[in-house]
Design a protein around this ligand. Structure first.
Ligand code: SF4
Length: 424
């Protein structure tokens, strides 16, 4: 993301810094409340076919002294057969196959592990990037679709205190091909039976590691490549692709201009700035009103209803008065039908005392929204038993002793803010 002008400044006396919930006694990468807008590493992965448009692939093949149609053959292997193996590309000249696959299909991701949950309906992949960092994706099989939740960054610089990934800091952004490889390899495993059940991925959600719109250009390219018909891309429906954001309003406005009508999901988690500043630190840059305005513009431009994601945290943001405030703000911004709210029971992070709301409280939250005329559905939290649900995609979460006092102070502040509304 850019360091664009903020709507309000971070770290001012009115916006106390943030503590975090993590494993006591171990270190975290970011100070409480600190946003990391630039990755720690800048290393670029090797160029890959999936980074290129079909026209660019043709030009690259011609540079190697081969006819342009070879680019189409390579693309069919990649986007339709999900393979990068020279042995399987028998339609390519035998003497050039190895050279072509080395040039266009360098190894970007190495599978480290695949863990199953939910009786095999959920699979969590751990991938190692070419330069060492790990990222994860989660495949979820439903009766009518196969959804892959993908990572767009190694780590995340947004520092949301309830999220395991947010406690790692941002190691680096992923390239388009590194993101697309998560899809291609998962599809390949489905096709070969390495993952049981067959089929292919029908839906993509950018809800793994990272803030997708902080890695804007590669993510926009990935959306185009997922949507483009084969052999340019995977040929998936734009409406089956969901890009989530924690609130980067300028990037949402940029996405409008790309004219790829993907579904936009805004991770709101609180309707009032006081609490959201604590739970979602980027709110100190782009506040609730700003992100809801950008989201409504997205709806107006694309006709796609916006999803509002809301992790329900017990006694923190789950009060009926916050549900009512959320409904009021959505209605004030654009009426009843432009947004759908997905309250999600929080998936607790190891070592955190914040946990999911009570079922009755969850029910009351949803009913308050519905009574106000806002559609709302409690979201499935598939994969929580393998730490694969949103906010849990992180290998290790660490905290130093020096941070512990900040963490405890922060929890106390959040709880004070959370409870304040009840007394009004
Ligand atoms: S909730 Fe999303 S944006 Fe916030 S730290 Fe976690 S991955 Fe990053």
């Amino acid at each position: 993301m850019t360091d664009s002008p903020s709507t309000r400044s971070a770290g001012s006396p009115g916006n106390p810094d943030l503590s975090r919930e993590a494993v006591p006694g171990q270190s975290v990468a970011l100070a409480p409340g600190q946003l990391q807008l630039r990755p720690a590493r800048r290393g670029k992965p090797p160029a890959h076919l999936a980074d290129l448009t079909l026209a660019e692939r043709v030009a690259a093949v011609e540079e190697m002294g081969l006819p342009g149609y070879r680019a189409k053959q390579l693309s069919v292997h990649y986007f339709e057969h999900f393979t990068t193996s020279a042995e399987e590309m028998t339609d390519l000249p035998a003497g050039r196959r190895d050279e072509l696959t080395e040039r266009f299909f360098p190894t970007l991701l190495t599978p480290v592990s695949v863990q199953a949950a939910d009786n095999g309906a959920t699979q969590k992949f751990l991938w190692k990037l070419f330069d060492g960092p790990m990222v994860e994706s989660v495949l979820m099989r439903y009766s009518d679709r196969v959804t892959l939740c993908i990572s767009s960054e190694a780590g995340c610089g947004m520092n949301c205190p309830f999220c395991a990934t947010g406690q790692m800091g941002l190691t680096r952004n992923l390239s388009s091909a590194e993101i697309l490889e998560q899809v291609r390899i998962a599809n390949r495993m489905l096709a070969t039976g390495e993952i049981p059940g067959g089929g292919r991925i029908s839906n993509i959600v950018f809800m793994g590691m990272g803030e997708p719109l902080a890695n804007y250009r590669p993510v926009a390219t990935v959306c185009k490549r997922l949507n483009a018909p084969a052999p340019e891309g995977f040929g998936m429906s734009a409406r089956h692709i969901t890009v989530s954001t924690v609130g980067l309003a300028p990037a949402v406005r940029k996405l409008v201009k790309e004219a790829i009508p993907v579904t936009l999901a805004v991770s709101l988690h609180a309707p009032d700035d006081e609490l959201r500043d604590e739970l979602v630190p980027i709110n100190t840059r782009f506040d609730v009103d700003e992100i809801l305005s950008a989201a409504h513009e997205y709806f107006e431009a694309t006709g796609r209803r916006v999803s509002i994601e809301y992790a329900l945290i017990r006694d923190i943001n789950d009060q009926a008065h916050r549900a009512q405030l959320l409904a009021d703000k959505l209605i004030a911004k654009g009426g009843l039908h432009w947004a759908h709210v997905n309250p999600i029971p929080l998936n607790p992070v190891q070592g955190s005392k914040w946990t999911a709301s009570e079922p009755l409280v969850e029910k009351r939250f949803v009913e308050t929204l519905r009574d106000a005329g806002i559609s709302a559905t409690i979201r499935d939290t598939r994969g929580s038993d393998i730490d694969g649900a949103c906010g849990q995609l992180a290998a290790e979460v660490l905290e130093t002793d020096t941070r512990r006092a900040d963490r405890e102070a922060r929890v106390a502040r959040v709880e004070a803010i959370a409870g304040a509304g009840e007394q009004q």
